[in-house]
Design a protein around this ligand. Structure first.
Ligand code: NI
Ligand code: MN
Length: 228
């Protein structure tokens, strides 16, 4: 599997012709590594409905026909925009797993808030994505909470995509404790340096995690990829 960082919290996970897009916020993202009209997508997954996560979902889904997975209230809003174009939406809630021929995605808790730009209130989630035999955990915009350990205990995580920017999510110091609880071999930081309020030192995060845990931190610049 290849994990491509598209900037902010957006990633493309690819394996054998499948591309799973997560939180494709590209238009208006000063760190976007691609434009919305050039990305392939087999499936689109959303952690929550804030503008910096829902992003270009509707445009990409309409162009590619990729089904969208999002928590039920958010999926409901998107279905209203996508159903007329024949694009499917899947509407699990926390704890729900949606299976595809490429693998599966499970929604897990994330402590945050969320209302879409159109006003739909929705509960934020983290995403466990199993693709190509690996499990990737996108934390969404969470703060530090104790059940991160339970999530990783239940579904061992190979790679965690972890928010570290602070202000709207946990900061790089709390994220070290999160990395300790999750215990994934690989940690990829995200949701930092996109805007002034979430600037942080990813190399310091890497040094702290690698000093206190057995995880390796892979700092990706937007556009770079990592294959675990
Ligand atoms: Ni958010
Ligand atoms: Mn965010």
């Amino acid at each position: 599997m290849e994990i491509r960082f598209l900037g902010h919290a957006a990633f493309a996970l690819s394996h054998e012709g499948t591309t799973v897009l997560i939180d494709p916020f590209l238009t208006g993202n000063p760190k976007a590594a691609a434009s919305a009209d050039e990305l392939e997508a087999t499936t689109i997954l959303l952690t929550h409905g804030h503008a910096d996560h829902i992003g270009d979902t509707v445009a990409i889904a309409k162009r590619t026909g990729a089904p969208v997975v999002a928590i039920v209230e958010l999926a409901g809003e998107l279905a209203g925009e996508l159903a007329a174009d024949g694009v499917a939406t899947h509407d699990p809630n926390l704890g729900g797993t949606v299976a595809f021929d490429w693998g599966w995605v499970k929604l897990v808790p994330a402590w945050h808030t969320s209302t879409t730009p159109k006003g739909t209130v929705n509960t934020p989630a983290g995403l466990l994505v199993n693709l190509g035999g690996s499990t990737v955990y996108h934390t969404g915009d969470t703060c530090l909470f104790g059940d991160l350990a339970l999530i990783a205990q239940r579904d061992p995580v190979d790679v965690v995509l972890m928010c570290i920017g602070g202000h709207y999510t946990m900061d790089r110091h709390d994220a070290v404790a999160a990395a300790e609880m999750i215990g994934a071999p690989t940690v990829i930081p995200m949701h930092y340096d996109t805007f002034g309020l979430i600037e942080t030192d990813a190399q310091a995060f890497k040094a702290d995690v690698e000093a206190r845990t057995s995880s390796s931190v892979v700092v990706l610049s937007p556009g770079e990829s990592h294959s675990p």
